[in-house]
Write a protein that binds this ligand. Sequence first.
Ligand SMILES: O=C1CCCN[C@@H]1CCCn1cnc2cc(F)c(F)cc2c1=O
Ligand SMILES: [Mg+2]
Length: 470
Amino acid sequence: GLGLSFTKDENFGEWYSEVVVNGEMIEYYDISGCYILRPWAMSIWENMQTFFDAEIKKMKVKNCYFPLFVSPGVLQKEKDHIEGFAPEVAWVTKSGESDLEVPIAIRPTSETVMYPYYSKWIRGHRDLPLKLNQWCNVVRWEFSNPTPFIRSREFLWQEGHTAFATKEEADTEVLQILELYRHIYEEFLAIPVTKGRKSELEKFAGGLYTTSVEAFIPNTGRGIQGATSHCLGQNFAKMFEINFENEKGEKSMVWQNSWAYSTRTIGVMVMVHGDNKGLVLPPKVSALQVIVIPVPYKDADTQGIFDACAATVVTLSDAGIRAEADLRENYSPGWKYSNWEMKGVPLRIEIGPRDLANNQVRAVRRDNGEKTDISRVFLVEQVKGMLDKIQQNLFDVAKQKRDACIEVVKTWDEFVKALGQKKLILAPWCDEEEVEKDVKARTRGEMGAAKSLCIPFEQPELPDAWRRLV
Ligand SMILES: O=C1CCCN[C@@H]1CCCn1cnc2cc(F)c(F)cc2c1=O
Ligand SMILES: [Mg+2]
């Protein structure tokens, strides 16, 4: 039948796989770790892209496109940057029947593809700042359990790569981009995130420091990295000799950033908002915000009802609301309700004989099931109001759930206990790599070792006692 065979709280993994397929976002593919993104998912990616692309263009970032293929010499330019990742790199070794002289790598990220050309293009300070971005796919041949959107061997992302004359400019941009990632998660996907700096162990090894927005999946009790914005310092400038002559004619290396978010955003949104009836889409990103469904009754003016549905779609669409009517004759209203609930359409509008007679429509919210009769006279403003309330409610519920899972701890015993309770832990932190490795080792268990997410920029007040201690 139409319903899901797994519930979110009892079989989260199976529920997730089923809901992305039944919601028509994903089709499984015959190569493990690869998935088909159907229009219902692609439209969400495009809605976010439209916002983000416009915002980076305001920051004078230009889009470009570099090749998918990386020559081996360049990819392995810097041992410590690549060694940990080597097993994930996919290689082309043949064309047709014949072996390639030299195997060619498929980009897992584009630093080594782009930076030799940054070195060539950047000569004087007038060539700075150089700010390029590309919307593309990347391939990482991961082996841990593949999950649609969250961990796939190929995914879509944007990767920004910028170069500045001064560290101050780079530091400023890192945080401007991080704010855009917060905006994507909190204002579009209705998901609360924490901005912070990655620990020395978790940061991008090739960089100077990494900032990130961290989300939380209540069902697994685990945090998840939402997006990253790195300051690379001058590390890659040194590696790839990206220098410029400053005003005084001195040769100096550029300061660089790189930043990305990916289709993982869609998976996080499904995991946080979905329920046992299927997807629940935030109105800001959903391809369809309102579905209008006729509820004919015997011979009571069926044509009038269909016409009212079509007219409702026109009125809403003219007001910029993404609305459609499901006028299919071979499906019952009940079947349609379940179908569009599975796809997570935020608002359903039903029009039956009574509604027609009273010049009203019945609106039903997908997030909390609330039903409201709306006079057609106030249709647009009432529907807009309901969509805004749905957007806000999705965020508020997700934030309340996440905050309920945050535990502030002061001792190791409290830490271990909270970990066992699948909590998001806020603890004092020394940020020494050895300590982090030790915490990982001591918490390795069936729950999976503790992993540091970030050092939040917003810190709670330290009690006076600690201040003295510190
Ligand atoms: O995270 C970003 C933002 C966009 C540009 N790249 C940075 C760092 C990516 C870190 N990273 C992440 N994963 C990788 C996987 C690989 F197979 C590989 F060869 C290299 C990498 C790798 O460098
Ligand atoms: Mg990885």
